[in-house]
Design a protein. Structure first.
Ligand code: PHE
Length: 467
């Protein structure tokens, strides 16, 4: 199947871009807290098991499907399956729209913090909790910051796979690693920081239960950018001589490594500065700024500014991949030019993100709480959480479940093996082949089916297996 589709110039280019997609906000604000809170080293072991049993095989499946069909997710299912299976591709394209709509809002918050810490006087605030509340509760500045972030993302994607996505990843990933390592070295020299390392990693097996394991599995999946065809799309741009299994292994290790390192930065910093651990947005937007402020005006600006630059860089390589999924759909299937696709898709996603932007206090109706009008799972919720629940917590495991079933029982593992062995001649007959075939046919569908059902029940029907 020869097409004029241009792709990554080298395997390194693909690995950098795919690792860039995987390393994102999830690695920085979710993984460290989840680990520390759910049994440290014990949680990490479970997480590694999830990565190995479901993350890696699904990633190999997605990349192979993409390379075989040279298509966006919709086209990939259509070419190897039929119109009904292509709906799974449509679900992936829809996830690209919806996940990017709120992810870009959060990236915009981080972008604003980067500017306000580096060039403004944010660190002089007296109460960072109150500051963050009013920051996300207005719309003027946020509109501008998110628009700027979307524009940067669109600019990169507009330049194409090689000149845009690949070049950006090749610059941004080393920058990310350098900032992260620099900050870790600084954090570990602060007195008291090693207690944070101990708190982060000390294994406590008594904390493990079904809920914790479920969230480790769900997070592993999100963190590797699986379930919506981001890697089908990137896989469609790689060469036949590339070794898919080893590329997927490198991406998996890189993502897990960065998540691990983010914890080696955050927990030592919090312990050295005597701050309480917190989760999600308040961890990086409320707790850490306190630490930066205590470092004094100059060091605080440098360390705090670098930290938010790190968050922006991590988010940017992910927003690029989220945007590329719907863009590739319109380019392949609707024959739009790349320029038109990027402009239209980015603009529409930005608009879909506006209610999320307004849902953190600006619009009481959209913000959950007493005046909230969005009600599901037994309580009112804000709009951003609704979109995240529906499209990342529920739809990604569903997409992964359907992808595994599709590869195993419709496309067939023999075809998967054929595709993989093109860049890996010793693959057929290897233990790795047996492992991937069993994982994708049985382990992944069962586990992803479980995550899908339990997240659906828990998020939307207020039912939990643990209570
Ligand atoms: N993996 C990214 C993160 O951890 C998020 C993401 C999900 C990106 C799905 C692309 C596709 O933040």
């Amino acid at each position: 199947m020869s097409t004029t589709r241009t792709g990554f110039s080298s395997r390194l280019g693909f690995v950098a871009a795919a690792a860039g997609s995987a390393v994102g906000l999830g690695n920085i604000w979710k993984f460290p807290y989840e680990t520390a809170d759910n049994g440290g080293g014990a949680f990490f072991l479970i997480y590694l098991l999830c990565i190995f049993l479901i993350g890696f095989p699904v990633m190999v499946g997605e990349i192979s499907l993409g390379r075989h069909t040279r298509s966006n997710p919709y086209g990939a299912y259509l070419k190897t399956g039929n119109k009904n299976w292509a709906l799974v591709g449509i679900l992936g394209v829809a996830c690209g729209f919806m996940i990017l709509s709120f992810y870009n809002v959060i990236a915009g918050w981080a972008f604003g913090y980067f500017l306000k810490i580096s060039f403004g006087d944010l660190l002089n605030e007296a109460d960072f909790g109150a500051f963050f509340g009013s920051y996300v509760g207005q719309i003027g500045e946020l509109f501008f910051f998110s628009l700027a972030f979307m524009a940067i993302t669109a600019f990169v994607v507009m330049r194409g796979v090689q000149k845009g996505i690949e070049s950006a990843a090749k610059i941004l990933m080393p920058v990310l690693l350098a900032i992260l390592l620099g900050l870790i070295i600084y954090a570990l020299t602060l007195p008291g920081s090693w207690e944070g390392v101990e708190y982060y990693l000390k294994p406590d097996f008594s904390k493990l239960n079904l809920d914790v394991i479920n969230s480790a599995m769900g997070h592993a999946f999100f963190s590797l950018s699986l379930g919506m065809g981001a890697l089908i799309t990137y896989g469609s741009y790689i060469g036949k001589q590339d070794n898919i299994t080893s590329s997927a292994a490198i991406v998996t290790v890189a993502d897990t490594g960065v998540a691990f390192l983010a914890g080696m930065l955050l927990l030592p910093l919090m312990f050295a500065m005597d701050l309480e651990a917190a989760q999600g947005p308040s961890l990086i937007f409320v707790v850490l700024p306190k630490a930066f402020a205590e470092m004094g005006p100059i060091v605080g600006k440098v360390v705090g500014g670098s930290f938010f630059l790190l968050v922006c860089v991590a988010a940017l390589t992910s927003t690029i991949s989220l945007l590329e999924v719907p863009v590739s759909y319109f380019v392949d299937e609707r024959k739009w030019s790349r320029g038109k696709s990027v402009s239209v898709v980015a603009a529409v996603i930005f608009l879909i993100g506006i209610p999320s932007m307004m849902s953190q206090g600006f619009s009481p109706a959209l913000s959950g709480g007493e005046e909230g009008i969005i009600n599901y799972g037994g309580k009112t919720q804000d709009f951003l959480t609704l979109v995240a629940d529906a499209f990342s917590e529920v739809s990604l495991p569903l997409g992964g479940l359907l992808m595994s079933l599709f590869v195993a029982f419709r496309w067939k593992t023999a075809n998967l093996s054929d595709e993989i062995s093109k860049g890996n001649p010793s693959y057929k007959g290897s233990t790795l082949e047996k492992f991937i075939n069993i994982a994708i046919s049985y382990v992944c569908p069962i586990i992803l089916g479980f995550i899908f059902i339990s997240n659906l029940l828990e998020k939307f029907f207020g039912f939990s297996f643990m209570h």
